[in-house]
Design a binder for this molecule. Structure first.
Ligand code: ARG
Ligand code: ZN
Length: 873
């Protein structure tokens, strides 16, 4: 079974308006819902009405004020007969927020009531047509104890509020924009807030507020600043204005995901709201900025235009990720942003696409939709939008977006609807392009280059192939935009001259590979060129074969594309690591790294270089990157020692230059989270890390000093992270001091937990088990579980994949203990095993046995059994 895209049918009924009356009580919250229902002219005539539920208890049911026969189970409410004319259904249910540990529906986080309805949480509050293509106008009356919940927030604008008897009060909220139930939200609690006013371009005054726990107001100002910049940017770049009189954000500490774009009332994991120099790293600041932007941008791409069904999830998510990436690129360094986005894509999405959980960006079947909020839907979805813009050009892309907003505003749309706007705006047939949504798997593009010095001609032969993925054995060729340039012997960019059909495309440095093979020749190439291929990572593909070391050196030194300069450093590092692995296996001695190290040294020494780009070049591919490049029979121990060897040698070779760079980059007085300052900190800390890799004594002393003297979390955590790799008393003392200093701040404690979980030492597995006994550990808090168990399973490959199976056992026991409480989170943790097939045999067998053991456990949730089943494939 499973739910299939091919089975989509319009709803048989529509719900024009919803009147909710919700009386909040910790364990007995009464929900009265009045639904104005009518038959959908596009539905099946005579169909019966079935509303979705999940764990509900029906208290009362009236149809047009009179009692009515119905069949109610926790999961559904069915009326076998309904009037032909529109009618009002009044439904009363009772729910228990305090017992809701799934964090879906109405639950409690700390002392506050809050909701999470995407994807199917609204049905845990009341019976409803809980599907995104049913759009209704919501009016919500919320009632609560004044003492417990002085703040009552809903979607839209507040139209009334007042005191009631018995210490209760109410607020009435009305959202004029029809929306699907997944965008419903309410919050009730004793919260503080900060506020600002924002004037939209057309003069609407909007009250902005961010609600946080008492005492946390001062940590919300960067989020507010990010919100205001996002609102301005969306007006300027996409022509999108905000549409209500208020925009509220609430930060809660128990949240399954990052945040949620509920109309006018975004609810956030507080990790993406709260930031101060003393508690947040530069990475955290960047995270706040991008998630605030992401949720705000959803107001148009997600809320005003929503999804017809959950198969279209990438319609809002891929597009909105693209928008938030562009926003951050404009606010910061575009090159650094692109590099970190591609790092993330390769770290998360490529392994997903290469393993048993691979699925297309628009899946065509699911068993549990929550398992499809994936790197593929989000990040690869964003790459598709980026390619679209590259292929049709910025102007036609902008025209297409405008057409999309004009044509589909107020509707629940599909990928076909979206693409039709760009086909129309550009005059291009996008049917082949749409394969990016249909076919899973990362394409491999091989490039052979042949230079004829006498004819001054460079011939490039491209070929694409895409590996089989579950349910898709044969793949058709994709449309792959390959941005490229040629670098001559003296480092100059060689002008592109081509006699091809479509020469214009080639000459502006963009090859469209639309067939399995294509040959392109460039003329007047006077000196032996190096091809800078896939500039800016113009398509989510892998390239082969690896380029020669001298060619990569030339790109690292001279490429005008900053992404490919970084890529050249990564590729050189990978070459070195592969050679070390071969040498360790008794193969030929590793080639000398001297030229590579010297090239990095020149970057470190060049004061004119952007420090953040230099820091990126110094940060070697991670163990997981390396494992992915190896692809099969992966042995994490072998990777770890090769990578450690490279870090040690690099640190030794560059120690003087790194120390100089640190001296040159002494921090300015005061803290600013801006990209320039963050970049200087990043390079100083990358230097610290490599110095310690080369000389643990010297680096340890530097790190200890920095740990003690740091005036911000970026520097303090970087020092602790360097120390965490150096066993001994200094490290343990630093962890203790850190705990003592930040024991009251749960977000900082998450860092303390996570860093310990990733120590690559044999004792860590025991340490993790002990951390789970710590008084500050709780399975009820998703951030804490991710900090301890998620960090261990995804960020500590040698321990997680330990040959005695202890790492897998630890994961399995947490997954099984968590599953009855929070299946979404349990399933997410289990997907750490998604690449098990690429492991070497002993680990592969252990991992497979672990998945089978989980799958055999009684009363497994749909979420976990879906992941385990597909992973075993
Ligand atoms: N739409 C949210 C976002 O991307 C994600 C919410 C997903 N929640 C879930 N339980 N599946 O911003
Ligand atoms: Zn989103």
């Amino acid at each position: 079974q499973g739910i299939r895209l091919a089975d989509y049918r319009p709803p048989d009924f529509l719900i024009d308006s919803v009147d909710l009356d919700i009386s909040l009580h910790r364990s007995k919250t009464r929900v009265v819902s009045r639904l104005a229902i009518r038959r959908n002219p596009k539905g099946r005539p005579g169909a019966e009405l079935t509303l979705d539920g999940d764990g509900l208890v029906l208290r009362r049911l009236l149809l047009d004020g009179a009692s009515v026969a119905a069949e109610a189970t926790p999961d559904a409410l069915t009326l076998h007969a309904t009037p032909d004319a529109p009618f009002v259904l009044e439904i009363e249910t009772e729910v228990d927020p305090a017992a809701n540990t799934q964090l879906s529906g109405l639950y409690r986080s700390g002392s506050a009531y809050c909701t999470q309805c995407e994807a199917e949480g609204f049905r845990r509050i009341t019976y409803f047509l809980d599907r995104p293509d049913v759009l209704s106008v919501f009016t919500t009356r919320i009632e609560a104890d004044v003492a417990e919940a002085p703040v009552l927030l809903g979607n839209g604008n507040r139209i009334d509020a007042g005191a009631l008897e018995g210490g209760r009060h109410f607020a009435l909220w009305r959202d004029p924009f029809p929306k699907p139930s997944y965008l419903f939200a309410l919050v009730g609690g004793d919260l503080s807030h900060i506020s600002e006013r924002f004037a939209t371009r057309s003069g609407r005054m909007v009250d902005l507020a961010i609600y946080v726990e008492h005492g946390k107001e001062k940590y919300a100002s960067y989020a507010m600043d990010s919100l205001i910049r996002s609102m301005r940017w969306d007006e300027e770049v996409f022509g999108r204005e905000y549409d209500l009189d208020v925009f509220n954000i609430v930060a809660v500490s128990d949240f399954n995901m990052g945040a949620m774009e509920n109309k006018g009332l975004n609810i956030f994991n507080d990790k993406y709201v709260l930031a101060s120099p003393e508690t947040a790293t530069d990475g955290d600041y960047a995270g706040v900025e991008s998630v605030i932007a992401h949720e705000y941008f959803h107001n148009w791409t997600g809320n005003r235009i929503t999804c017809r069904d959950w198969f279209q999830l990438c319609l809002k998510e891929g597009l909105t990720v693209f928008r938030d990436q562009e926003f951050s690129a404009d606010q910061r360094s575009r090159a650094v942003k692109r590099i970190s986005d591609v790092r993330g894509l390769r770290l998360q999405q490529f392994p997903e696409d290469a393993g048993p959980l691979a699925h297309s960006v628009r899946p065509n079947i699911y068993h549990e939709i929550n398992n499809f909020y994936t790197a593929t839907v989000y990040e690869k979805g964003a790459e598709i939008i980026r390619m679209l813009k590259t292929l049709i050009g910025a102007d036609d892309f902008a025209k297409g977006m405008t057409l999309y907003f004009d044509r589909f505003d107020g509707t629940a749309a599909t990928i076909e609807d979206f693409l039709s706007c760009f086909a129309e705006a550009s005059g291009r047939d996008l049917s082949q392009f749409s394969l990016w949504y249909e076919q899973a798997g990362t394409p491999l593009v091989t490039v052979e280059s042949d230079y004829d010095a006498a004819a001054k001609r460079l011939t490039l032969s491209f070929e694409q192939s895409t590996p089989a993925t579950p349910g898709q054995s044969e793949k058709k060729p994709f449309v792959i935009p390959l941005a490229l340039g040629l670098i001559g012997e003296n480092g100059d960019e060689i002008p592109l001259v081509s006699r091809e059909a479509g020469a214009q495309e080639c000459e502006r440095g963009l090859i469209e590979l639309t067939t399995q093979k294509r040959v392109v020749a460039f003329e007047n190439v006077g000196s032996h060129p190096v091809v800078s291929l896939l500039r800016g990572f113009s398509a989510p593909v892998r390239l082969a074969p690896p380029q020669a070391a001298e060619d990569l050196q030339r790109l690292l030194a001279h490429d005008s594309d900053p992404f490919n300069r970084w890529q050249a450093a990564q590729s050189l590092a990978l070459r070195s690591i592969f050679a070390r692995i071969e040498a360790a296996r008794g193969g030929p001695a590793a080639e000398a790294d001297g030229p590579f190290f010297d090239a990095l040294g020149r970057l470190v020494e060049a004061p004119e270089r952007d420090p953040s780009l230099v820091a990126q070049a110094l940060s070697l591919p991670s163990d997981i990157d390396i494992a992915r490049e190896i692809g099969r029979d992966v042995d994490p121990d072998v990777i770890f020692s090769a990578r450690s060897g490279l870090r040690r040698d690099l640190g030794r070779r560059l120690s003087a230059a790194l120390a100089d760079a640190r001296a040159r980059l002494v921090p300015a007085e005061g803290f600013s989270p801006d990209a320039g300052s963050a970049g200087r900190r990043a390079l100083r800390n990358a230097a610290l890390d490599l110095i310690a890799a080369g000389d643990p004594g010297q680096g340890g002393a530097l790190a200890e000093r920095q740990f003690g003297e740091a005036t911000n979390m970026t520097d303090r955590l970087a020092a602790l992270s360097t120390l965490s790799l150096l066993p001994g008393e200094a490290r343990e003392a630093a962890f203790e001091a850190f705990y003592a200093r930040y024991a009251g701040d749960h977000l900082v404690l998450d860092k303390w937990f996570a860093l310990q979980s990733t120590i690559p030492e044999a004792e860590t597995t025991k340490r993790v088990a002990q951390l789970m006994e710590h008084k500050d550990f709780s399975l009820a808090n998703p951030n804490r579980v991710r900090a301890v168990v998620g960090a261990f399973a995804n960020g500590n490959p040698t321990r997680f994949h330990a040959l005695d199976g202890s790492g897998y056992d630890l994961l399995a026991s947490v997954v099984l203990e968590l599953d009855p409480k929070n299946p979404q989170l349990a399933a997410r943790l289990l997907s750490a095993l998604r690449s098990w097939r690429s492991l070497e045999e002993r680990r592969r067998k252990l991992a497979e046995a672990t998945l089978r053991r989980v799958l055999a456990a009684p009363a497994l949730s749909a979420d976990v059994s879906d992941i385990a089943t597909r992973a075993l494939g």
